[in-house]
Design a protein around this ligand. Structure first.
Ligand code: SF4
Ligand code: SF4
Length: 431
């Protein structure tokens, strides 16, 4: 009998006793009925499969159907560690007819990629989530916080809604000249794509200024776009605004086409991911590096005037590590700084814990707060503090403000949060 989407309790048809016969010796045993328990078959026809079919018919959503419920994804999901989550749960919801596009769970995945690493069926949340969210956004369904970010990005080409003309305001405090291509369009080796948080956020600007001093000191030939730069918008894409991402990409490619450079370097693992993995799917290919990959081979040129005498732990950004396979360049930089003692957290490298900022999570802490026991950034800061570190080192522009807030809210104010370039800068140019 159909059960309307709820699991049907099994009905036991149990004999009090049963006799079994050995096929080898012909010997017989009397077994109590519990050893011979049979069940009526469960009726599955009561489930509507239309929701599962709807998600799997979206381009990118296909693999949600491949889940066979093994549960391997659940213990590695950072959201499940502070709530109840994982692809298995989403698959089950869709399988039992829940409208995922209208469900708050749609916005909780940070697209960290840890489930895909372990899933035997290659259920790919990195494709499923943007596809399902795009369908929701097209229907006008999205958290208000996300709508606000999309509108700011649409109007000002940056997620913070800042004036595009102030993109390079940070260069004034760098202490070294920073070349802007619009006013000096000569060919350059490295086009440094600063992205939003290093351009506008006060803590990001400090990191950008540190990068400028280091790049200058180790002899990098580099320049920025300044006011011509627009966000690469990868987090807006994974949060469901593919159309906005594509419009930005057209503008970015047109701007890049005006100048001659060998490679693009960016501090933002999300922008790095867009240029390295998404742009090529549209036919736009660039040689792109994360800033740690640029500096790691050059760091032997650094002249250290001081040191950082501290125990430092490092947080692997999901979009640099798991998504793009770079774990060593940041560690090489940290190991080169005089005085630094690197201690690893138990979850690191391939199994690094997510800060909660990916896939639009950067803007959704408030929206998700009712469904988690603590923020992912708070959980991660506690893990960092457990190592006994004095400093939590990062190399993603999302993380400094997230972890500084989390250090305060979890009572770990003693833990300083610094970008790797700030640590290098402190040892090269002590004040
Ligand atoms: S690991 Fe893959 S197959 Fe197993 S429950 Fe999770 S999504 Fe489904
Ligand atoms: S991508 Fe990350 S956050 Fe999303 S379901 Fe998988 S493990 Fe969880």
């Amino acid at each position: 009998m159909p059960v309307g989407g709820r699991k049907q309790p099994p009905v036991a048809t149990e004999l009090e006793n049963a006799t079994v016969t050995s096929s080898l010796s012909g010997r017989e045993w009397e077994l109590p009925g519990m050893w011979n328990r049979m069940f009526e078959s469960r009726v599955l026809s009561g489930y509507t499969t239309s929701e599962l079919a709807r998600i799997s018919s979206l381009p990118g959503g296909e693999s949600i159907e491949w889940c066979y419920g093994c549960g391997k994804c659940v213990p590695v999901c950072p959201v499940d560690l502070v709530g109840e989550y994982g692809p298995r749960k989403l698959h089950r919801k869709a399988q039992t007819g829940v409208n995922l596009l209208g469900d708050a769970d749609l916005w909780m995945c940070t697209t960290c990629g840890n489930c895909l690493r372990v899933c035997p069926k290659e259920v790919d949340m990195i494709q499923i989530m943007p596809a399902a969210r795009e369908a929701a956004v097209t229907d006008g369904i999205m958290p208000p916080e996300l709508q606000d970010v999309f509108e700011k990005t649409f109007r000002q080409s940056n997620c913070l809604g800042e004036n595009p003309r102030r993109r390079h305001a940070w260069t004034k405090g760098a202490g070294v000249p920073v070349r802007i291509l619009a006013s000096d369009p000569r060919p350059v080796d490295v086009l440094f794509y600063v992205e939003d948080y290093w351009s506008y956020h006060p803590r990001g600007q400090q990191a950008a200024q540190a990068f400028a001093r280091i790049a200058d000191a180790v002899g990098v030939d580099w320049a920025i776009l300044g006011a011509e730069e627009k966000t690469l918008g990868d987090s807006q894409r994974t949060a469901g605004e593919k159309g906005l991402f594509e419009a930005l990409m057209e503008d970015v490619v047109a701007t890049l086409g005006k100048y001659t450079f060998n490679r693009i370097v960016t501090p933002d693992p999300h922008g790095f991911n867009a240029l390295r993995k998404v742009y090529p799917t549209y036919g736009h290919n660039f040689d792109v590096l994360h800033y740690t990959q640029l500096l790691a081979p050059l760091i032997d040129r650094a002249e250290w005037a001081g040191s950082v005498e501290a125990k430092v732990t490092f947080h692997d950004p999901c979009y640099l590590g798991r998504h793009n396979g770079e774990y060593d360049a940041p560690r090489r930089l940290l190991a080169s700084i005089p005085g630094v003692e690197l201690v690893e957290m138990s979850r690191c490298r391939e199994n690094g814990y997510c800060c909660g900022g990916g896939g639009g999570g950067m803007w959704l802490d408030g929206f998700n707060s009712d469904r988690v026991t603590e923020r992912l950034s708070e959980r991660r800061v506690k893990e960092a503090a457990e190592t006994g570190a004095d400093i939590l080192a990062v190399c993603c522009p999302y993380e400094v403000s997230r972890f500084e807030d989390a250090a305060k809210s979890t009572g770990n104010e003693h833990l300083k949060v610094l970008d790797i370039v700030e640590l290098i800068d402190a040892a090269m140019f002590p004040r």
